[in-house]
Write a protein that binds this ligand. Sequence first.
Ligand code: SF4
Length: 472
Amino acid sequence: MHLQGAPFLKAENAGLYEPAGSKSMGIAAERSTRQNQELIAEIPYFQEWRTAANEIKDYSIGNLDKLLVEFEKNITARGATVHWAETAEEANRIVLQIAQEHNVETVVKAKSMVSEEMELNHAFASAGIRALETDLGEYLVQLAGQRPTHIVTPALHLSAEDVGRLFAEKLGEPYTAEHRALTAIARRHLREEFIKADMGMSGCNFGIADTGTFVVVENEGNAGLSTATPPLHVALMGIEKVIPSIHYLPQFLNILARSGTGQKLTTYTHLFHGATPGRELHIVIIDNGRTSVLADPKARMSLFCIRCGACLNACPVYRRVGGWAYGWVYPGPIGSVIVPHMVGLEQAGKLPFASSLCGACNEVCPVKIDIPHQLVHLRHRAVNERSPMNLWTERLLWQAWSWMFRGLRRYKLAMAVVKMGIRIAPFLPWHPDKLGAWTRGRELPEIPPQGSFRRWWRKTGVNLKPAGKNTP
Ligand code: SF4
């Protein structure tokens, strides 16, 4: 897994941050939020759509057991094969087994966050199978040997000049930074791959229980080509993707495109109802930690996520540090919520603290996930359970703080100690740097000549005694 002890914002992990692209990435994310909001503002009932989507998801997540079985029954009846995987490792095993049974040498993949989550490309590589990403952004980061930086726009950090240099180096193409020319190069190379591939893979945006249909939305046509050209299609679907009825699909299509890419509708919406004659269709339904989210009533709302990416674009922290800093496949506010559930607080206990809790994510989320409260809930767990945040020094500090604020005399005593500490600090043999990152970026406050606020207030002659019961 890419998550290495939740490296968020550690200076020694500077290599995890996007290169010079960070600044332009922040600008692009901000622009995307503005454009999406302008489009949304044209719809007077968008808030009602959000509420409806939230309620449908609430019902779906509360009835996953029935809906998933109904989905399986209906799509199996039309020739598809459904597989169930509890973990990422099990899902990888299933996909590899299908590929090996069909003597697959090359796989074309349309973007699937679940396959990133499973690290499927590594599994393919270790089995000697060539897997090629075909979503343009994913194709670029794969060519560059990088990881996606955003869940919807994975190459947000690369400029046209970067892409031109990449194509020159990896594909032997003449350098250009002209957008149309770059797109044409990618198209030419990818078309050959679609034709040669033995197996196509896709993710799944929605699984529909009552019809046994799954839906893939995209803009580039690569998902259509990946799933229709090779004779074998394997789709990956997280258990939270299921919704009860096809009647609810327009609801989600309306909000997903507007919040994700600022479109009224994505260019392509594929509905797969089963295997087509002469072709095989396999669907791998994956848990990988989602049922543990389901078991936590305060966290289950995070399963409503439709991966539109709007909360990433709106987040001031994400805009500043980019996706790699989070250290895992799901970055941004929603990543800080779901990753700790998937890999545990031991590994990802710092992620919920990677937020200013400004609430921007909550305002833009089309399914109304209350991300700030989800983060606070995880912070609470992180400091109370065994996790990297559970440092005895920090606990001791907060206990002392709590003791100090429980009485006026204690408070006065503590303030006297603090003042003395500030006065003698410059004469100490060790530098405050030794206290860690907190003191490295801050200076000690100066004690004003008039003394404490209380002393100054007393001097002004105002009575500081607590007001009586009847005093307004
Ligand atoms: S949490 Fe909401 S805004 Fe963020 S990706 Fe999921 S659906 Fe989109």
